[in-house]
Design a protein around this ligand. Sequence first.
Ligand code: AGP
Length: 601
Amino acid sequence: MCGIFGIVKEHEGPLGETLVGAARRLAYRGYDSVGCATIDASGKIDLRKDVGKIDEVNERLNFNEMRGQRGIVQLRWATFGSPSQENAQPHLDSDGDLVGVHNGNIVNHVSLRDRFLAEGMTVRSANDGESIVHAVEHYVDRGETMVDAIRAAAQDLQGDYALIIASNDVTGSDGALHAVKSGSGLVVGIADGATCVSSDLPSILPITNKIIRLQDGEMVSLWPDRIELRRLSDGEIIEREPEVFTEGMEAAEKGGYAHFMEKEIHEQPKAAAELIHWLSASPFVPQFLDALSSARHLYFVGCGTSYHACMIGAAYFNRIANIPASPVLAPQFTETLAPILTSDDAVVFVSQSGETKDVLNALKVVRPTGAKILGVLNVIGSALMHLSDHYLPLACGYEISVPATKTFLNQVVLFLYLADKLRVHGAKIDWDEIPEIIERTLVSTKEVAREAANILNPYDEMYYLGYGLTLGVAMEGALKLKEITYAHCEGMLSSEFKHGPLSAVHDGYPILFVTAPDDAAMMVNHINEVACRGGRPIAIACEDGLLRKHVREYIPLPDVGQEIATLVAVLPLQLISYHMSIERGIDPDFPRNLSKTLTVD
Ligand code: AGP
């Protein structure tokens, strides 16, 4: 997830070190390229950028020596356009008079780019961030002031983003930095003789703790001694007093949450919205769909959480798109299925990190068979990205906590989105509604998930049961519980329970059933097998009178159909694990013995 920072100082002087310091503070968000621009008192712009980590790019380009009165730095996490020097930010307008950066996605950038080219502008990259600069250029060229040009440009830019832009004009009211918040975070800092603006607090706090948080639909202009906050829609000035931030740096990085896991759970509506925006505008999606729909057989291959997403993805493709698809654990795929592949098959390799050795081993044995290699990954620039014939990003930004949460949800969102595009059964999904349904589920299950965690917490071994589409969800919930509570939890098919594990049931023994609406009647049979032996069934399901009658506790999902209920059912399971982990005094972000990226066999 990109990060942006800008600063305006009273006197021209060394700015490079300040920008590098801010970039280091933004680095935890994840990035693959970095760039700085400074503007001196005469309006001269110095722009340096490249692919790589801050310190190595700094060593090559010497950001530290950059001087000026205004400065901008951007860390880019590639989504539109590969990680490259030309796609790195900041970007200039056609004549090099404006310089700007953004964070987020400009989803209509392909059509905007065509428009800019038709207007004779110089477009230098494939990156959507360049569109913000040309969108402003368009209005500046027609004689608008920077403020009015930015307000007008914001009407042309679609997507969730925040931007910072400046002109080399140092006359009149300019000599300012301007920033817009439209969906992505933006905070202003007010110091003595300087003001600054950033994607988030960690890069501002070493400079000042006097901050103003922007709301969506607002823009701010910054000078060394004052700021002007206004509404984008009508230009009306907004008065807002700065607040004094008293918490420490770690709290700032966690955005007010106690742990990264909690933060990442709550980022899911936003992460899904960004992915859906991206998918709807990406030229890579049609290529990916072609490869999927022309395959004789699809295999979904991954490990751990990514494998559970594969289980749900394959089931979506079978049921929705009528395409034969099988989920397989990566090492098992290497040993049993890879040898029988042909060039008519396609394999979807799924990995948050894109570096999991088990997954890369499987990929290596697929290459000689001629089967299509498709990648789904979160980390841009990873080995999986480079080794795939086609890849799609999960667009989640950096996931710090070891337990995967937002990347799992976005894996499932992505598979449902692709299956929906190839749909032959059932009604199309309204994708605009999905982020709100995710948000609603988080809000409505919050308390009841905490109560369920209290019920489960005294037990050190338990079962989560799913059926059909929800089997992968139950298994993912069980993995999350094992990972961060150190309890044993088995996720399995509810109909298999009677074939052995039923003997574990005793008085009061809790068992969690994850159910999608069409399976409620079948699930009631499986619930009864447990209930009549003294077990304590807990259901996660959309509202269903029959189910409710047969369980002790009910965690209700919004009233959505089979496919979307499967997608959101994982949210209360993530919350249950999180609460139990805290109750047990475990740090959920860094559970013992585990690592975020497993590059070993
Ligand atoms: C998930 O919470 C785990 N940390 C783990 O199972 C993980 O999903 C697995 O190691 C695969 O990682 P990947 O998605 O980066 O390939």
